[in-house]
Design a protein around this ligand. Structure first.
Ligand SMILES: *Cc1c(COP(=O)(O)O)cnc(C)c1O
Length: 356
């Protein structure tokens, strides 16, 4: 990267930006590194985008009316309890801006989605990281009445582990002086959503995305569910940042996706089956594999370092995600692709382990 301009504001001098998983353009890899869906969007989504394209001269509906109404139907909420965003990353950023500051700083686990500390730094919000337990689980007693804005990814990333709905409810119940933000990017791969609680607790914000289970990572569509006054607060931030945050093509793509839920259910079921197959295969090869409720597995072997395995797979045209973080440096996060891709991945790992 080029040297930062001398004109760059000192306000951001120490900002360490998020490092996305690599998207190399040099050759075709089997991409198991950024938790995308291996399946195309539903045919109805492709049609809807084609039909809408001629209207790109016009701004999109800033209120996302049709899409929010459909979301409300599908998820059993009121349209006023929903905000649509440009990926769920934007919902997270808006939520941090709206619900935390020096007086109510952020708190999240030491091992979780890497964007949380970045958005905190960007917005000058102090944050605390609470270490996960030895087995990488979250101990909710660490978060009781903590006087901070809690952010929990559930399932957590990159571990894939879940907190029960009862656990989430305790967190929300015992922190009513602050917002509790539950990031459910992976909820459709076998976990209960906390959205059923938002009519009971007015401090609960649930964030979701179309990127993973709805095959729309490239369209950028996310959302937040919360009671109407939380959503009104988020709208204040949105209308002060980017009123047309969801573009026309993405809006109709999202709407069509919600009309093809059977297609996505089948895709999720396939991914869950391949995830369980992949976990079993890795365990047979002596790997420790955390029990995942997401579309990825997090695994390590005593016989090869995380980085060596990452490099050896990359050489064979398979990308996985390795994190340069001491506590998890022996692990790799492997996105679940199609069953065929997972069979290729496991064969490659077998070959590599023979040489290791
Ligand atoms: C992928 C991911 C997101 C962001 O997804 P968007 O593509 O911005 O919707 C948010 N949180 C977690 C935990 C994720 O893994």
């Amino acid at each position: 990267m080029a040297k930062l301009s001398a004109y760059f504001s000192k306000r951001y001098a120490n900002l360490e930006p998020y490092v996305p998983g690599e998207q190399p353009q040099d050759k075709q890899y089997i991409k198991l590194n950024t938790n995308e869906s291996p399946y195309e969007p539903a045919a109805s989504v492709l049609d809807a985008v084609k039909k809408e394209a001629h209207l790109l001269n016009l701004y999109s509906d800033p209120e996302c009316t049709l899409l929010r109404n459909k979301m409300a139907d599908v998820y059993g909420l009121k349209p006023g309890q929903i905000l649509m965003t440009n990926g769920s990353d934007e919902a997270l950023n808006f939520a941090f801006m709206a619900f935390s500051d020096e007086d109510t700083p952020l708190v999240f686990p030491d091992i979780t989605y890497g964007f949380y500390p970045v958005f905190a730094q960007l917005n000058k919000i102090p944050y605390y990281e609470i270490p996960l337990a030895e087995d990488f689980s979250i101990d909710i007693t660490d978060y009781m009445n903590c006087g901070k804005t809690i952010v929990i990814a559930n399932p957590n990333a990159p571990t894939g582990l879940v907190l029960s709905l009862a656990g989430i409810e305790k967190l929300v119940q015992n922190n009513q002086d602050a917002a509790v933000i539950i990031d459910e990017a992976y909820v459709d791969f076998g976990n209960d959503s906390a959205r059923s609680l938002i009519n009971i607790y007015d401090n609960l914000l649930v964030i979701g995305t179309f990127s993973k289970s709805k095959s729309l990572a490239g369209a950028r569509l996310g959302f937040a569910f919360g009671n109407e006054s939380l959503i009104a607060a988020l709208n204040t931030i949105k209308y002060s940042t980017n009123p047309y945050n969801v573009n026309r093509l993405t809006m109709v793509a999202g709407l069509a996706a919600l009309e093809s839920l059977d297609y996505y259910d089948t895709a999720c079921q396939n991914i869950i089956k391949s995830r369980d197959w992949t976990s079993a295969q890795l365990r047979n090869l002596g790997f420790e594999v955390l029990p995942s409720c997401a579309n990825f597995v997090f695994a390590k072997s005593k016989n090869i370092s995380g980085e060596a395995l990452y490099n050896a797979l990359k050489q064979r045209g398979i990308l996985v995600r390795h994190f340069n973080n001491k506590r998890i440096t022996d692990f790799n996060r492997i996105t679940i692709g199609t069953q065929e891709q997972m069979e290729l991945c496991i064969s490659a790992i077998k070959e590599i382990m023979k040489g290791a």
